[in-house]
Design a binder for this molecule. Sequence first.
Ligand code: OAD
Length: 254
Amino acid sequence: MTEKQDIGALVEVLLQTRRVTVSTGAGISAESGIPTFRGQEGLWKQFRAEELATPTAFTQNPELVWEFYDWRRGIIAQKTPNPGHQVLASWENIFPSFSLITQNIDGFHQKAGSKSILELHGNIWKVRCTEEGTVTENHEVPLTKIPPLCPACGALLRPHVVWFGESLSPVVLNNAFQQSASCEVMFVVGTSAVVQPAASLPLAAAERGAKVVEVNPDPTPLTPYANFSFRGKAGEILPLIDEELKKAFSAKKD
Ligand code: OAD
């Protein structure tokens, strides 16, 4: 075991930590059975993102884009959060200040019980009217009409997600940078750390002196900057850290 993989050493740090921020990507939902984007079986290995996840694609073929999202909603609807999501939900009650930022649109962090989540790329269970901009929840699986239309004005609805070439919500993004720049420990779980601006969040944390903890079976461009780097699955590593942390907390109380 290298120093970077020492759970005991990490727990020592966490015992002294009040402010924790976690940033998650598709890898945290992989063990729930949700495909990631860039792995061997990744979505962007099977499909062309330009044809399915850009504003131009939607303008040219809203039906095709909606079929893709309807298919993904169908997969997500049949799956459930895993122990990785559950541990993060429980950490909300452990650290005096805890924030969770995700690039995922599957809604699994909410389902696992996390209350406050900054969803950088939106949520697949929300739709937005292309005319009025109204955002509503929609859990219909499969959709009865593709493409779906706004019940209020009849205009096209679109998934309330961020596509390539689109900007993230400035409010959500500012908040995410603030939470990253002000934490003492930042966990980065299950992201290839190549998509901006999410990939810059842990760097903002590191610049301000936070310790960066990466959980990922594979190395990423972030790995050289990480103080701790656990090469494994989120659903296994996070429960291990959690177990040691809770043991250490109760030993401290005794
Ligand atoms: P990627 O598919 O790029 O990366 C997933 C990461 O998860 C990889 O680094 C894997 O090694 C890792 N991984 C796989 N299984 C894991 C497990 N069980 N536990 C922990 N890690 C695991 O997904 P993201 O980084 O989330 O955006 O992708 C970022 C954005 O690119 C997505 O939000 C999406 C995509 O295009 C849009 O659609 C706008």
